[in-house]
Design a protein around this ligand. Structure first.
Ligand SMILES: [Mg+2]
Length: 372
């Protein structure tokens, strides 16, 4: 089997608002073609056209090469070797950042091909399905008003969710308002629903400590990215002084960065984004590194159904996975790009058992939103 083309397609909604921290407004979809007629799909979470350049750029020299030229003619089933080839070929401009983001989407597409070729779901291909269903949490930007937060929380409960996360938006502007919001959400959903808060890098250590005390009172399940991702010393101090689980990692790529989060930052839960961290191949290395240190992994996924499917297979196939993220975004890319919906019932998703990622990309949606 041979790779005949590596296509990256920039999709974007017409009314994109770059002021919002909402990654579902555009995406870079990867489609790898093979000489056997099997296509593999993947997705990159980055600045789409920067990641696309990392794929399409012609070779400059042996360790400064666009990814496409490294892959044409290769056997797509040799995933570990191709991962290493891409990593070495991008040493000058990679090892993280957009080149690693681009590698992530390509790696995802290679696993999709491997699963389709073998007639097995990606979760099985990754080493085995630990669980056939996973708790899905509804993931939303924190609304600007308490009324809207209460309405959304009520809607998620009605839809069957047993867990929900609110993040960014107004969080961090006013501590009293932040407390009123989390109290109102807790009163709306009752005691048995997990609530998570994503601080969106907004506090310093003292602010995070004060808010951690507040969130402890309302039984918050985890506090995500309260501090700047590079402020590992303060993360460690925060972790030492709160009973809240501290989560983070969506900004990181590569197992070394995630090891630092746990060992130097004291993170309890790491959140690799499979469209950014190095793909399913590196994601698995991250998961086992975390497992060895008795830490949990919940993949970050705020994009289209391609990333949601990859994240579902991933979380099912690692010993320390238990939950996945469901964006509440109404963007047509998040809602319509993948035509098969993953079964969601009573707060849990059922891991697809179709070959590969188990998704069908709606070509009409691709044509409607493609920019290149
Ligand atoms: Mg986050």
């Amino acid at each position: 089997m041979k790779i005949t083309e590596v296509e990256s397609v920039y999709l974007r909604i017409p009314d994109l608002d770059a002021e919002r921290c909402d990654g579902t407004q555009d995406t870079l979809m990867i489609r790898i073609h093979t000489d056997e007629g099997i296509f593999g799909y993947g997705e990159v979470d980055s600045v789409p056209l920067v990641a696309k350049a990392c794929i399409d750029a012609p070779p400059s020299h042996s360790i400064a090469t666009g990814l496409r030229s490294l892959l044409i003619g290769e056997n797509p089933l040799e995933i570990d070797r191709l991962w290493d080839k891409m990593y070495r070929g991008t040493i000058y401009f990679g090892r993280g950042g957009p080149a690693m983001h681009a590698m992530s989407g390509i790696d995802m597409a290679l696993w999709d091909i491997a699963g389709k070729k073998a007639g097995r779901p990606v979760s099985e291909m990754l080493g085995g399905t630990y669980r056939s269903k996973l708790k899905a949490y509804a993931s939303s930007l924190m609304p600007d008003t308490i009324e809207e937060a209460v309405r959304l929380a009520g809607q998620f409960v009605e839809e069957g969710y047993k867990a929900m996360k609110f993040g960014w938006g107004p969080i961090g502007r006013d501590e009293k308002f932040d407390e009123q919001q989390v109290r109102a959400i807790r009163e709306t959903v009752g005691a048995d629903i997990d609530i998570m808060i994503d601080g969106g890098l907004v506090w310093d250590l003292k602010g995070a400590l004060r808010m951690a005390e507040v969130y402890e009172k309302y039984g918050v399940f985890w506090l995500e990215e309260p501090l700047h991702p590079e402020n590992l010393a303060d993360y460690k101090e925060l972790s030492r002084r709160t009973t809240l689980r501290v989560a983070g990692g969506e900004q990181e790529s590569g197992v070394t960065a995630f090891r630092r989060l746990i060992e130097e930052g004291g993170h309890d839960i790491v959140q690799p984004d499979l469209g950014r961290c190095g793909g399913l191949t590196e994601g698995k290395r991250i998961a086992y590194m975390a497992h060895e240190r008795h830490k949990l992994v919940v993949p970050h996924a705020f994009k289209t159904g391609i990333l949601v499917a990859a994240s579902t297979h991933f979380a099912a196939s690692i010993p320390n996975g238990f939950m996945i993220e469901h964006t509440a975004s109404t963007s047509p890319l998040a809602r319509e790009l993948v035509s098969e919906k993953i079964t969601f019932k009573d707060g849990y998703v059922h891991v697809p058992d179709r070959p590969g990622l188990g998704i069908t990309v709606d070509e009409a949606v691709v044509e409607k939103y493609r920019v290149n």
